[in-house]
Design a protein around this ligand. Structure first.
Ligand code: NAD
Length: 498
């Protein structure tokens, strides 16, 4: 049994609230640990540690801060297998997929090691007589990240990598469902040379989150999770005067044009729809074939592939996907499938009854495929976050585009076509933040930014890439006049560059 408290001031400390959450091993359904839920006072203790440690960290030159991250990268490589196994056991995704989770986080740390360059300001020599203007980026102080269960390595790294590189101290509130990897990453940062107190992990639920949002010493909060919680975090954090960026849920469409290579499209849908049991914010959950002939052929090809999906325990090296995160989530996903049937969608592959031999208490579910889903159905409007793909048939390209544009979510979208003109038009007109052209999961690389539109994202800057540096630092602009400006006497007209 693992017993997680908090990581404050460079040490593991037990929780004091007397409130705990169970940690399950989804592949067996067993409880394998518990995690303490922090009180407001424990969050405050973490903030005090961070506040005390931050000035010296900010005063450490950016190259040296980057070197700590470089050493952290080396330690992650050293412990990669151990981290991936821990991640797979607590989350349920397969070990190869867990390695991908770590890798996409590592890439943002690699990007963050460029911080000496990324934080450089601007300079105008001679903006006026004897006047120079320059700008510099400075850390905010103590900042925070609140992260979801589905990428317990990647998203904490997306948050703390750029924030620490900029010279901030950081409070991480990871998901209470799989806190093992975030706790281990905190240990590795300390081992890499990050001074104690610069990164603190407080575990918990709504109480800890609200304490982060209300704390006057936390200047910025980056959140990733479901949209209702994102809206709560955004409004409460903004009301407290903080910078807040929140990334929420999704319903990612893939438009399949009549000229697309259907075998490629089917391969893409199988991986992007069912990988990680559909528990990805960039999973494709809606396939939109254009034209009846395309739809009929697509569904005909999809059915045997969904039926043949290989579901297995997280430690299996050849499973396509593993169990879902909890029994409660499994029940919720199954209830959406029940709802879809009631709403009149055609369930052409039903995975609800799947049992994993030898792992009967695990949270497994077979792949489900709905055909003839329509936009008025709740299974279309809402995020299901499970191995369930809905086919919504469109008569033509314009209708496919409109579906993606009218949906409340706008995280990712894809078009499969051989026609450059259609692809170009789609990329330009679609109201979604990340677009794939013959790429089903268009997660931008670390040096671009990641973020959705509409109810998938709240706030004006994206995650990682240059936006993350902007989010976790502020600009100071200095206008200086040397040395003879004063002799001209007072100037009563608003300064203009004469
Ligand atoms: P969640 O909203 O349940 O939890 C996210 C975080 O919020 C956790 O740390 C949790 O402890 C905290 N939290 C939960 N309920 C809260 C409440 N009532 N008040 C305050 N804090 C609360 O999300 P999840 O189930 O862990 O993650 C899955 C969701 O995250 C999906 O909707 C998925 O689409 C989304 N997601 C989005 C992105 C993105 O970049 N847009 C990336 C990954 C996941």
């Amino acid at each position: 049994m693992r017993d997680y408290g908090h990581f404050i001031g460079g040490k593991h400390v037990p929780g004091t609230s007397g409130r705990f959450g169970d940690i399950f091993q989804p592949m067996t359904g067993e409880v394998i640990g518990r995690v303490a839920f922090a009180t407001t006072a424990e969050v405050r203790a973490a903030v005090e540690n961070a506040k005390a440690a931050q000035p010296a960290w900010a005063a450490t030159n950016p190259q040296r801060r980057a070197r700590v991250l470089m050493e952290f990268l080396r330690l992650v490589q050293r412990d990669y297998d151990e981290l991936a196994e821990l991640l797979a056991r607590e989350h349920g995704k397969t070990i190869p997929d867990a390695k991908g989770d770590i890798q996409r986080g590592v890439e943002v740390i690699e990007f963050s090691t460029g911080v000496p360059h990324l934080m450089k300001g601007e300079y105008t020599d001679g903006a006026g007589p004897g006047i120079d203007i320059y700008s510099m980026r400075q850390p905010l102080g103590v900042v925070a990240g609140i992260t979801p269960f589905n990428f317990p390595a990647m998203i904490p790294m997306w948050k703390f990598g750029p924030a620490l590189a900029c010279g901030n101290a950081f409070i991480l509130k990871p998901s209470e469902r799989d806190p093992g990897v975030p706790m281990k990453l905190a240990e590795l940062l300390l081992e890499a040379g990050l001074p104690a107190g610069v990164l603190n992990v407080v575990n918990g639920d709504k109480e800890a989150v609200d304490a982060v949002l209300d704390d006057p010493d936390i200047k910025a909060v980056g959140f990733v999770g479901s949209t209702p919680v994102a809206e709560h975090v955004y409004s409460r954090g903004c009301a407290a005067g903080k910078r807040v960026q929140c990334f929420g849920g999704a319903k990612n469409h893939m438009i399949i044009m009549p000229d697309a290579d259907l075998d490629q499209a089917v391969d893409a849908l199988i991986g992007a729809g069912y990988g990680s049991a559909g528990e990805r914010c960039m999973a494709i959950s809606v396939a939109v074939p254009v034209g009846k002939a395309t739809a009929d052929r697509l569904v005909e090809k999809l059915i045997p592939r969904v039926e043949a999906l290989k579901i297995g325990p997280s430690t299996s090296l050849d499973a396509d996907y593993g169990p879902l995160i909890t029994k409660a989530h499994l029940d919720k996903v199954k209830s959406y499938v029940d709802l879809g049937v009631k709403e009149g969608a055609k369930l052409v592959v039903d995975g609800r009854g799947f049992r994993m031999q030898g792992y009967e208490n695990g949270f497994y579910m077979g792949g489900c495929l709905f055909d003839e889903v329509t936009p008025d159905m709740r299974i279309y409007k809402e995020e299901i976050f499970g191995p369930v793909l809905s086919v919504v048939r469109a008569h033509d390209y314009a209708e496919g585009l409109k579906l993606a544009n009218d949906h409340q979510y706008g995280n990712g979208v894809a078009i499969f076509t051989r026609d450059g003109d259609a692809a170009r038009d789609f990329a330009s007109k679609v109201q979604v933040g990340m677009v794939g052209i013959n790429v089903p999961i268009p997660v931008p690389l670390a040096y671009y930014t990641f973020g959705g539109w509409k109810r998938s994202s709240f706030g004006d800057l994206n995650q990682h890439g240059p936006d993350a540096i902007r989010f976790y630092s502020h600009t100071k602009t200095i206008t200086s006049r040397w040395p003879s400006g004063i002799k001209d006497g007072a100037d009563f007209v608003i300064p203009t560059m004469k």
